[in-house]
Design a protein around this ligand. Structure first.
Ligand SMILES: Nc1ncnc2c1ncn2[C@@H]1O[C@H](COP(=O)(O)OP(=O)(O)OP(=O)(O)O)[C@@H](O)[C@H]1O
Length: 230
């Protein structure tokens, strides 16, 4: 269980409260109006923003003050997930060793991860030699080799077209099912939430609300969400 207990998170003058929990191995979308605090929530869980009060626990362990690198999670951002001067295999390898000190077993794990996301034979290419969808796949291969319990996505597929985005979401769903990872995913598109997230955290009016069943929430949205969905 991921728990945020009586948390207040500050981002400049902005303040977000959160008192909620997310069950292990579930997939949860984070939705809500622009500027409501979705990234703020994710950044606090990842450790890039401190919690002013309250605590964050994962499987009962308090991670509120753990540095980002030692939290049991990996995060994919909206863009710039890959280093342009490194090959695809090296970019994936960073998930195992930040200094790229890789054993032959590590090299094999990288190869398997690239195979799994459909990038076999592209290991020596630079990110600029890949399509947008292939770059997303490479970033997901890095997530795979990290073998973390929690995956935080801050709209990493926003720049992709609808068909490719759906394809990437399906791949994320498959990977989460295979690894048992817990997914928290910011999304502006309700159809993305419907596609892969059983539950949604609504972030609105200064609060990240406890997860609610996606279909029920989107079919009968509260006012803050209705205004946003239009
Ligand atoms: N570095 C910062 N300093 C001060 N205020 C900030 C900072 N970053 C974000 N904010 C403010 O915090 C609030 C929440 O921002 P956040 O990025 O979490 O919202 P969001 O829901 O992710 O928005 P969007 O959907 O537009 O990406 C906004 O009002 C924003 O202006």
């Amino acid at each position: 269980m991921l728990k945020l207990e009586d948390c207040i998170i500050r981002n400049g003058a902005f303040e977000l409260s959160a008192d909620l929990s997310v069950k292990e191995s579930t997939r949860v979308a984070i939705i809500g109006p622009s500027g409501a605090g979705k990234s703020t929530l994710i950044e606090a869980i990842a450790g890039f923003l401190p919690v002013a009060t309250g605590k964050i626990t994962w499987k009962g362990t308090d991670i509120s003050h753990a540095p980002p690198g030692s939290r049991p999670l990996t995060m994919l951002f909206q863009e710039d997930n890959l280093f342009p001067h490194l090959s695809v295999a090296q970019n994936v390898g960073l998930g195992i060793s930040p200094k790229l000190r890789l054993s032959s077993a590590d090299q094999e794990a990288i190869k398997q991860a690239l195979d799994r996301v459909g990038l076999s034979g592209m290991d020596t290419r630079k990110p600029s030699e890949l399509s947008g969808g292939q770059r997303s796949r490479a970033a997901l291969a890095r997530v795979l080799v990290q073998r973390r319990d929690l995956l935080l996505l801050d709209e990493p597929f926003a720049a992709l077209g609808p068909a490719l985005r759906a394809e990437m979401l399906d791949l994320v769903q498959e990977l989460c099912e295979e690894t048992g990872a817990t997914l928290l995913m910011i999304s502006h598109a309700p159809e993305d939430a419907r596609r892969i997230a059983g539950e949604c955290i609504l972030v609105a009016e200064g609060e990240a609300q406890p997860p609610r069943e996606t279909m029920a929430l989107l079919d009968n949205p509260p006012r803050a969400l209705r205004d946003y969905l239009g």
